[in-house]
Design a protein around this ligand. Structure first.
Ligand SMILES: [Zn+2]
Length: 290
């Protein structure tokens, strides 16, 4: 059991030396470099048990299938890409999922996707410049994206797990830090934050053209409110009609309007996440359950 002795990997059983392995939590054994490539770049294998690693690798196999069958076939024109300093995000609205592009991801055996509805909130981050040779204020700026996460952090109390099994909770990742610029004086998000604001309905165009436009057609929020109100009136109308005519078609219409109303109201309350959940669930069901 010396430092230079070879130890078996708990996953593949290959005997590996000190430099090619990592120790699992609770001294449960070691995982080799090759098996670690099957894990997400966003987890620390040292915080996982053997059983958790096995479960995680199964999760990554599914993610890889989703990536190759749902994300990869999408026409590049429909992928919204925000990549600077070789790291960034690619959004695919038609499946309501995104992926992280990074040098680390390229070395991994499996690709993984994140769902739009897993995004809880996001905010800019800044790293002050400590290099005296640079006159720029920040060494790096970017966006921290906080995800709903069902895994408790390392060292947290037992029993604090929330959202287990809910698909809008990521099973492993709590946050993603996405750098957008280095050596700058201000927050340069290269459109990433605006894009997220648009996705979640919080974007307000502050340009002159934008404020003229919103004085005519209202802000995003006002438009969503009007849409919910209009759907509400339509649903009530259809319901009244179906009561009067007692026809099956009318009652079907009424049911449909109520569903639309419910979804619009939910979207308004959740920043479009209700629709994103629906889209992502359909994609996952189609690809993973077939
Ligand atoms: Zn191994």
């Amino acid at each position: 059991m010396g430092l230079f002795s070879k130890e078996p990997c708990v996953i593949c059983d290959n005997k590996v030396g000190f430099l090619s392995r990592k120790r699992l939590v609770n001294k449960e054994g070691y995982i080799c470099k090759e098996c670690e490539k099957k894990c997400s770049e966003f987890i620390n294998v040292g915080h996982f048990t053997k059983a958790e690693i096995e479960e995680h690798i199964k999760y990554m196999e599914k993610q890889n299938k989703l990536y190759h069958e749902a994300f990869e076939p999408i026409d590049k024109k429909h992928i919204n890409r925000f990549v600077s300093i070789s790291t960034g995000l690619e959004f695919a609205n038609e499946i309501a999922m995104f992926r992280v592009v990074s040098p680390k991801a390229k070395k991994k055996e499996y690709q993984e996707l994140f769902r739009y509805d897993q995004i809880n909130h996001y905010e800019p981050y800044y790293k002050e410049n400590t290099n005296s040779n640079s006159d720029k204020k920040y060494a790096e700026v970017g966006l921290t994206i906080h995800l709903n996460c069902s895994r408790r952090g390392f060292g947290e109390a037992e029993g604090s797990v929330t959202g287990v099994g809910a698909r809008n909770f990521h099973p492993y990742v709590k946050e993603l830090q996405i750098p957008t610029a280095r050596n700058v004086n201000d927050f340069s998000h290269v459109g990433l934050k605006d894009y997220l604001d648009k996705l979640f309905g919080t974007y307000e165009d502050t340009s002159v053209v934008g404020s003229i436009k919103s004085s005519f057609v209202g802000t995003n929020k006002q438009r969503s409110e009007m849409k919910v109100a209009a759907e509400g009136l339509k649903a009530l109308g259809n319901l009244a009609k179906s009561k009067i005519t007692k026809s099956e078609a009318d009652s079907e219409n009424a049911k449909e309007s109520m569903e639309t109303l419910k979804n619009d109201a939910l979207d308004f309350a959740t920043g479009n996440r209700a629709t994103y959940s629906k889209i992502a669930n359909e994609v996952e069901d189609r690809i993973l359950n077939s």
